[in-house]
Design a protein around this ligand. Structure first.
Ligand SMILES: Nc1ncnc2c1ncn2[C@@H]1O[C@H](COP(=O)(O)OP(=O)(O)OP(=O)(O)O)[C@@H](O)[C@H]1O
Length: 274
């Protein structure tokens, strides 16, 4: 006896969960920051995370990237518990705007390359392929001409492009941004968001971004949060591709179902089995 259950697996595969936060609580020593927060982020979603100062946005991001451990609940990345997750190259992280010391000795290219090696391996020999990756990332961010400049000498907007290039060098499937444009002038913010939106629309990437810029959030992710958990509001935009994917898998399932019926095989849904 055959069921349509297997065909539905194709639909499920289009909705792989990239981040799963289930019933997570966190406290810094005695101070409870969040209780029982749950959110699921699916492939190619764009999630805007909004909340008042101190609501726990950065704390949640730090738990998601494994820097803090929840006091209760579970976090999974690409289906794996975060504690045993190893595939960190799949995740790019852009921290809050760094106020860098102008004397900071690294060049733009070195900062971008550190996205490949991590800080530990910064002084290893740099291969030609790695140089190419760094050049490509700089090019994509429109800052190839800044390659040899000291990062500390750049403007805030330019520095954030460098950190974005650093996060993108491994070609990640998930990009996490923690208030990437705080302290940057309005015009530069707009062009930064334009770039992020373009990446979401044209690349196969999932985004989780903390932002205080409600205009940008509402403009791109809608006026109402799609989910509220504790003091955190999650605005969500699914990509068009995800919709296409659902539709094509549904068409595929229906086609398979019709073929089975035409060939006279018995077809039952899972629910019919009992
Ligand atoms: N290392 C820490 N030790 C103790 N308390 C902390 C620590 N880091 C953050 N907190 C507290 O935890 C709460 C949540 O902080 P968090 O930085 O996650 O908030 P946030 O929503 O990102 O805030 P903001 O919008 O101001 O950046 C705040 O009350 C903060 O003071």
């Amino acid at each position: 006896m055959q069921t349509i259950h297997n065909q539905n697996a194709a639909v499920a595969s289009c909705h792989n969960e990239v981040i799963s936060v289930k019933h997570v609580s966190f406290a810094y020593e005695q101070k409870t920051v969040m209780e029982n927060v749950s959110i699921g982020v699916k492939e190619r979603d764009f999630i805007g995370l909004i909340g008042a100062n101190g609501a726990g946005k950065s704390t949640l991001l730090r738990m998601i990237v494994g820097l803090l451990k929840p006091t209760a609940g579970e976090i999974r990345l690409f289906g794996q518990p975060v504690e045993s997750f190893k595939d960190w190259d799949r995740i790019g992280y852009v921290p809050q705007k760094n106020s860098l010391n102008p004397q900071f000795p690294a060049t733009v290219k070195e900062v971008v390359l550190s996205g490949l090696y991590g800080n530990k391996k910064l002084f290893r020999r740099i291969s030609k392929a790695d140089q190419t990756k760094a050049n490509d990332a700089l090019e994509a961010m429109g800052i190839a001409d800044l390659s040899d400049k000291r990062i500390g000498r750049l403007s805030g907007g330019q520095q954030q492009r460098v950190f974005l290039a650093r996060a993108l060098i491994n070609n990640p499937s998930l990009l996490i941004l923690d208030e990437p444009t705080v302290g940057i002038d309005a015009e530069t913010q707009e062009s930064f968001f334009h770039m992020i939106k373009h990446m979401h629309q044209h690349h196969n990437m999932t985004f989780l971004m903390v932002s205080h810029d409600m205009e940008m959030i509402r403009g791109y992710l809608g006026h109402e949060p799609a989910a509220v958990s504790g003091k955190l509001n999650f605005y969500i935009r699914h990509s068009h591709d995800t919709q296409d994917c659902v539709e094509s898998d549904l068409a595929h399932s229906l086609k398979g179902l019709r073929e089975q019926m035409e060939s006279g095989r018995e077809v039952v849904s899972v629910g019919d089995r009992n």
